[in-house]
Ligand binder design. Structure first.
Ligand SMILES: [Ca+2]
Length: 386
């Protein structure tokens, strides 16, 4: 455990690199005209890590996607209430307040729900630099979304339960789902209302490692699992084996590992004029220098934004299909649980197998184009003189 003094040191270190100033020096009226008629209504399920926020900023400016709801699960990289606060602010920052419903997903995965334990969820360290406590506030950059810190979660009406929000939106026509967090909310809907769950027409998931090695750096005995699957492997196992299997496209480490971020890209982000791009530029600056010093370009990837990009344009990647299962043992077996394992007895799952450099460049350009689009206007509120 890190001492309180150590914790302060972490915060100071991160805050020191975030002294680039606020994005706004006054209150603003934000108007989003990005979504075009005919855009596909879509529900997004996230765990409010920093790349989830980048994916949301990208999608809120994507003309072909109409995000109607965002559900935050609290068994991933941010605590539930803090993740919800981050998303509520991101929605406001993007001018989507009143157009996007935010749902309060699960606090615990399927194993921990009854006991309030920490099995699997303890793979996300709380108290290290850029651990859960820092992700909670989007690496302490959240208060720069707007001039003043807000407290939207505590001041808003109670949020509806995540799986019920998913249920409602599937029943009102939003049948495309992007999942960039755990599988808990998806599985809760499957358990509570299989008929509505079956209405999902396109499920794009950032998750899994079919041929690539896993990425559980905090669980060194496990070399095969990817975080989103490992954090609730029982839920993932059951969704993979369900009616959703034939509608699912996995965008996992097999392709995200092949899409490195380049220095020149960060330089282009830093030169961008839209506030959204400037925010992501600051976020990447902190991520590079505080979270992954000396190894950012080999370790950090735009995992969730790429999955969002593949939902927008599936031609970015080549797909393959394999029969697979998600390994989830009782009692748990940390060395293999969460593995998206090829198994002839498993369901046929479509997964992104490869991405060419040309297509990686094409997505990088599209991500920057969206983030730097001027389709969100922010007009300062002029206050009457006293
Ligand atoms: Ca995520």
């Amino acid at each position: 455990m890190v001492s309180f003094f150590g914790r302060l040191t972490h915060l100071a270190l991160i805050a020191a690199s975030a002294l680039a100033g606020n994005l706004f020096d006054s209150e603003v009226i934000t108007t989003n005209t990005c979504t075009k008629p005919g855009a596909t209504p879509t529900v997004v399920i996230i765990d409010a890590d920093m790349d989830d926020i980048v994916a949301l900023l990208y999608l809120f400016k994507e003309p072909t996607v109409n995000v109607t709801a965002v559900i935050v699960d609290g068994d991933g990289w941010a605590h539930l209430e803090e993740g919800l606060e981050s998303v509520l602010r991101t929605v406001e920052f993007s001018g989507m307040t009143g157009r996007v419903q935010v749902g309060a997903g699960a606090r615990y995965n399927m194993v921990n729900n009854a006991t309030h334990g920490h099995v699997y969820q303890d793979s996300v360290p709380d108290d290290i630099i850029c651990g859960r406590n820092d992700v909670d506030s989007v690496l302490h950059l959240r208060d720069q979304f707007l001039f003043r810190p807000r407290n939207l979660y505590n001041s808003s009406v109670p949020l509806e339960e995540g799986w019920k929000v998913l249920q409602k939106h599937l029943n009102s026509g939003s049948t495309q789902v992007l999942s960039t967090g755990t599988f808990t909310t998806l599985n809760l809907l499957r358990l509570n209302d299989a008929t509505t769950f079956d209405k999902i027409s396109n499920l794009v998931v950032m998750g899994g490692a079919v041929h690539a090695p896993g990425n559980l750096w905090s669980v060194p005995e496990n070399k095969v699992a990817e975080f989103n699957i490992y954090l609730d492997p029982q839920a993932a196992r059951d969704v993979f084996a369900s009616s959703a299997a034939k509608k699912m496209k996995l965008v996992g480490l097999d392709v995200t590992d092949k899409y490195p971020i380049e220095r020149s890209y960060l330089e282009d982000l830093a030169k961008a004029t839209a506030k959204d791009a400037q925010f992501v530029s600051k976020l990447m600056d902190v991520t590079e220098h505080q979270c992954f010093p000396d190894r950012f370009f080999t370790t950090f990837h735009f995992w969730d934004p790429l999955a969002a990009g593949v939902m927008v344009d599936p031609s970015l990647v080549t797909f393959d299909t394999a029969n697979m299962e998600v390994v989830a043992n009782t009692p748990i077996n940390k060395t293999v649980d969460g593995w998206t394992k090829i198994n002839p007895a498993g369901a046929a799952i479509t997964y992104a197998r490869n991405i060419t450099q040309d297509n990686a460049d094409r997505f990088a350009a599209h991500l920057l184009k969206n983030l730097n689009s001027d389709c969100i206007s922010r007009v300062p509120i002029t206050k009457p003189a006293c």
